[in-house]
Ligand binder design. Structure first.
Ligand code: UDX
Length: 432
């Protein structure tokens, strides 16, 4: 089947490749000519394990092509997936301008009735409004389906081919059955709902996972104060299947392109509906506070930070991605620079100088050794394997007093690190 994917970010590109792999004929469209040109030349602008190979393979076999939205004079497919961004606005609400623009283009260029499938994360009720504002007035009777995406960066393809579930929300049975059929090669439970419920499922999933993280971070903070060990606590509670062990890694908090924005958007949605979602506000506050912990430890241990040499290991918001959106590293580096510290930072994939951060005064190095050379303290902000598996005996020789390590992701072995001579600080591991 001919399918158009509009919006070639993480979600759009993975959807394009995934559906091409199932034998469909995919045209990926984007308004950004540079992105399209890169893809046409089989170059990637995002790092995602395995994606480049699949883009190349499907382009070669003719199942995948890319173009700009402007270049397309009419839509000749039955289905259009929309996967444009819905970024946060300053009041926390989701900016739907890209989605509206995409729908306008689709309606305008349609030559027959379409099934419009929205993968973008949109506030509950958006689909209903889109139908009223654009589809009811259109020349053809288009169907609207909400099909939220749950892929994780770094394992996006695995999540596409082996998802936990597929959610399809539609207000007519024919459309939901039609879209379910597109996923027939994938073995996963399909949850069928109305459009608004599907939209809410996406927010509820992300907000619930963010809540787990902020909850365990608070238990870790309390463990530091009382002398409990967070690793033992998590082990003890996660045997209960009602709790489960996932998303209970304490640390300097969640970041990325989804959790922070979606939790804020759900809080905003609650407010405009006259409801104060207190739990969600706490989740946000705890997360904002969590990333300040390394700085508090450094102040406590070293006093004034002016002139102190700090090595930051990791820029990406999590390992196996080059995404730095809302990464704790950004705020940590900026705050330390604000206090006059000398920062050297390194990430295995992200080249800090290329990204347009505020923190121009930091020095971005090419390897761990340059970064830790002469450092008074090291902050591990992203748990890349390269850092977890470092020869910390060797690292110690490069550093200088007071040889502090702040393990922002609780991935190092505290006893070993202390035995080497470092002063180790984790999150909720102070008793070790
Ligand atoms: C998330 C959702 O998992 C995914 O379903 C949705 O489609 C998009 O948002 P992603 O942003 O790729 O995916 O990252 P994820 O692996 O979920 O991690 C999010 C953040 O939480 C990261 O900053 C990570 O470091 C943090 N995290 C995760 C913790 O701090 N502790 C944990 O136990 C788990």
């Amino acid at each position: 089947m001919k399918i158009i994917i509009l919006g070639l970010g993480y979600v759009g590109l993975v959807t394009a490749v995934g559906l091409a792999n199932s034998g469909h004929e995919i045209t990926g469209l984007d308004v950004d000519m540079n992105k399209v040109k890169m893809l046409q030349n089989e170059n990637m602008y995002i790092y995602e394990h395995g994606l480049e190979e699949l883009v190349k393979e499907n382009t070669k076999n003719g199942r995948l092509a890319f173009d700009t939205l402007e270049n397309i004079s009419c839509i000749d497919s039955e289905v259009v997936f929309i996967a444009v961004g819905t970024p946060s606005q300053s009041n926390g609400s989701a900016d739907l301008s890209q989605l509206k623009n995409a729908i306008e283009h689709v309606v305008d260029k349609a030559k027959s009735p379409l099934t419009i499938v929205v993968k973008s994360t949109v506030p509950p009720g958006t689909g209903k409004k889109i139908k009223e504002m654009y589809l009811e007035k259109a020349s053809f009777k288009h169907s609207y389906v909400s099909n939220p995406e749950f892929l994780r960066e770094g394992q996006a393809l695995k999540d596409w081919f082996y998802p936990d579930r597929i959610v399809i929300g539609g207000d007519d049975r024919e459309a939901t059955a039609f879209i379910s059929d597109l996923y027939k090669d994938i073995k996963a439970p399909i949850v069928i709902s109305d459009v608004t419920t599907a939209e809410m499922i996406k927010y509820a999933s992300n907000a619930f996972l963010a809540t787990k993280i902020s909850f365990i971070n608070e238990i870790a903070n309390l463990s530091d104060l009382t002398g409990a060990n967070i690793d033992g606590v998590v082990q003890g509670i996660s045997h209960d299947p009602r709790i489960s062990g996932s998303f209970l890694r304490a640390g300097i908090g969640y970041g990325g392109s989804c959790f922070p924005k979606d939790v804020r958007a759900l809080d905003f949605i609650s407010t405009i509906n006259g409801h104060s979602f207190e739990l969600l506000k706490a989740v946000i506050n705890v997360n904002n506070r969590q990333r300040l912990i390394p700085i508090q430890i450094l102040r406590r241990e070293m006093g004034l930070l002016s002139g102190k040499k700090i090595a930051v290991l990791g820029l990406a918001f999590k390992p196996n991605t080059d995404d730095i959106r809302e990464a704790p590293s950004i705020e940590i580096i900026n705050l330390l620079i604000g206090e006059g510290a000398a920062i050297k930072a390194y990430d295995p994939i992200v080249d800090g100088t290329e990204k347009n951060f505020y923190y121009q005064e930091a020095v971005f190095t090419k390897n761990v050794w340059e970064t830790v050379n002469d450092a008074n303290a090291i902050i591990l902000t992203t748990e890349w394997d390269e850092f977890v598996n470092l020869d910390w005996f060797e690292v110690y020789k490069y550093t200088q007093s007071p040889h502090i390590i702040i393990d922002g992701r609780n991935v190092l072995q505290p006893r070993l690190i202390n035995e080497i001579g470092f002063k180790y600080f984790g999150i909720g591991r102070s008793c070790v």
